[in-house]
Ligand binder design. Structure first.
Ligand code: KG4
Ligand code: ZN
Length: 364
């Protein structure tokens, strides 16, 4: 079964073609990073407009690269939740229109759950330049989903059957990366620029706090972000109130690198500790990480060092937003739930993955 996956929930317009939920035939991602970098973050209105400009060419390119025509496509999957409403609408409108026009079944997919399903992609055609995990994860599967909007630990019993063990009570970890980068004067997007700066820094230079929460599987990153701000103010001896570039201008390269490394270490360590605890309690047969922050090499190193299980990580290209993860999940959904009528496709900007129609159907 060949599925076209469409993703437009934030600032990447993406489409991909995936066979049987695991074989990647093409994946095209048009990032808006350069457009938003000027503003230091995603501007929702601007994001929606640029999705409109590129959505059709991106879909066309994905089909060309996969060497498929509409006759070959068996279904369309699209991220309809969660994300920026204007951005989600563009992908959903494109998907619904194409489903109607070409008479294809349509599957709405939850973006965060999609991130997790990137780990099921283990085969590819020769035109894909990166390597993939050798085998798909097995159940029970523990998933750490860490993106710009979400930080969640989820225990999967089977496809669609899962339980949210914990989640962030305030900022997502990716959001913390982005905000700390701003405090340190590092460019947007913050995750990759913190990782780059941290490579030259000392992770033990600054002692930063770990949040203590009632549920060991919940996260909180807002206090850590503030702790970095206060530590920077102390270090430079001036308490310029953030947001102010005056603060970061007083940091030299070495201090900037040390702050980046110290923050990265403690943020990742928080994720690793919770994942290790869940691993010990539930003894899953596989562990996966997903979402933009899963691209962080230090997180992978720290996690692999702590966990007594080998993790076959997905390539960076499938950790950040992409259409392949949407197509992969769409395939599994199509085995359980009926397709959605294109006229009834609704965007759900803020629902959790446990609240989708597919999740409740699969639980039965
Ligand atoms: O999954 P994603 O592409 O979009 C959302 O669904 O949010 O994740 C984006 C987040 C951003 O916060 C970005 O700073 C972070 O992932 N990120 C990283 C890295 N690459 C992207 N964080 C840490 N290290 C990275 N290498
Ligand atoms: Zn994402």
């Amino acid at each position: 079964m060949i599925v076209l996956g469409i993703e437009s929930s934030c600032d990447e317009t993406a489409a991909a073609v995936v066979k049987d939920g695991r074989e990647l035939l093409s994946s095209v991602v048009q990032s808006q990073v350069d457009i938003h970098a000027e503003y230091g973050g995603v501007v929702p209105e601007v994001a929606a407009r640029s999705h409109i400009e590129v959505i059709n060419p991106v879909i066309r390119q994905a089909m060309q690269e996969a060497n498929v025509t509409w006759d070959d496509i068996d279904a369309i999957a699209v991220a309809n939740a969660p994300g920026l409403i204007g951005s989600l609408l563009v992908g959903c409108l494109a998907a619904a229109t194409l489903a109607k026009l070409h008479n294809k079944p349509l599957y709405p997919v939850h973006h965060v759950e999609g991130h997790i399903y990137a780990n099921f992609i283990t085969k590819k055609s020769d035109n894909i330049p990166y390597s993939l995990p050798k085998t798909s994860p097995t159940f029970p599967m523990l998933a750490l989903a860490v993106s710009g909007l979400h930080s969640q630990l989820v225990l999967f019993e089977d496809h669609g059957k899962y339980r949210l063990l914990g989640e962030t009570l305030d900022d997502a970890v990716g959001e913390a990366y982005d905000k700390v980068a701003k405090i340190l004067g590092l460019p947007y997007p913050g995750g990759p620029s913190i990782a780059k700066a941290a490579a030259n820094g000392d992770p033990k230079k600054y002692t930063l706090p770990r949040a203590k929460l009632q549920n060991a599987y919940d996260f909180s990153f807002s206090g850590l972000k503030t702790a970095v701000l206060r530590a920077v103010q102390r270090e430079v001896g001036v308490d310029h109130t953030f947001p102010s570039f005056k603060l970061s201008e007083r940091l030299n390269k070495e201090q900037q690198a040390d702050f980046a490394a110290s923050f990265q270490y403690i943020a990742n360590d928080t994720l690793v500790r919770a994942t290790l605890k869940a691993y010990q309690e539930f003894t899953p047969s596989s562990v996966v990480i997903a979402g933009g922050v899963a691209a962080n090499q230090e997180l992978r190193r720290q996690l692999s060092e702590a966990l007594p299980i080998t993790i076959d990580y997905a390539p960076i290209q499938l950790c950040t937003d992409n259409g392949a993860m949407i197509a992969a999940l769409g395939y599994y959904q199509s085995k359980v739930v009926p397709p959605t009528n294109p006229d009834d496709l609704a965007v759900r900007p803020s629902i959790s993955m446990t609240e989708t129609a597919w999740a409740s159907e699969a639980q039965k």
